[in-house]
Design a protein around this ligand. Structure first.
Ligand code: SAH
Length: 225
């Protein structure tokens, strides 16, 4: 990661390493135990993914606006979903639905071999692409399309799928793109609030585990500029 100056990467004041370390401590206290996740989150410059005016809040454990009515996910939930994603062995390929600002994408890119990520809002897609290029991240492919149909024109199957927007129906097209034993992690809105789900492919059957309540922006159909 040499595209940006060291000062920008490391941050100063409210984006300094000490501030980041406090966030990691907080994540630990909340039950994030996977050292790989903690290490990557400690070293990832979240302040580069939010508006400059909000950079001083980048290491608070909170979601922040990224424009277009969307948010960068709360660090705890990024850590939690990433920990669930790595729990049952090392995945190679991960498909993310909802690139947003690209922060979760960058976390994944440092932990698995290949990341594919889809965003429906053109301006966010462009911005995420630029940021990841600047950071010299080469194992991520981005697409500007509706992610509910999965990765376009691809027979390929993924080890993991991570959705960062809440679905109100189980997205079967996405489940079809999981390899045998593969897992999808998603916020699911059953009508009585959102919960985190992990769905595992077992042949043609799918096993569902339910975790804690969460709050995500909704998965929306179609694309937007
Ligand atoms: N992973 C992001 C979270 C972004 S919020 C981060 O770390 O910041 C969720 C994102 O999902 C939004 O950018 C929203 O535009 C996108 N989204 C919603 N519905 C979508 C769909 N059908 N296909 C692709 N992206 C979608």
């Amino acid at each position: 990661m040499s595209g940006l100056s060291d000062a920008m990467m490391q941050g100063i004041g409210m984006t300094s390493q000490r501030t980041r370390d406090r966030l990691i401590e907080r994540l630990r206290e909340q039950g994030i135990t996977d050292q790989r996740v903690l290490q990557v989150m400690r070293n990832t410059p979240r302040h580069l993914f939010v508006d400059e005016a909000l950079a001083h809040r980048a290491y608070e454990d909170t979601a922040l606006p990224i424009g277009h009515g969307q948010t960068i996910s709360q660090p705890y939930i990024v850590a939690r979903m990433t920990q669930l994603l790595l729990e049952h062995g090392q995945p190679h390929s991960v498909l993310e639905i909802g690139t947003g600002c690209g922060y979760q994408t960058l976390i994944l890119a440092q932990l698995v071999s290949q990341v594919y990520s889809i965003e429906r809002i053109g301006a966010l897609y462009e911005q995420a692409k630029r940021r990841l290029d600047e950071l010299k991240i080469y194992n991520v492919e981005l697409r500007h399309t509706d992610g509910s149909g999965g990765w376009p024109n691809r027979k390929y199957r993924f080890d993991r799928i991570l959705m960062t927007a809440a679905a109100s129906e189980i997205p079967h097209k996405l489940l079809e793109q999981l390899r045998e034993g593969g897992e999808m992690i998603l916020p699911f809105d059953s009508g009585k609030g959102q919960v985190l789900l992990r769905i595992t492919r077992r042949g043609d059957a799918f096993e569902t585990e339910q975790f804690e309540p969460v709050i995500f922006v909704p998965l929306l159909p179609g694309v937007s500029g």
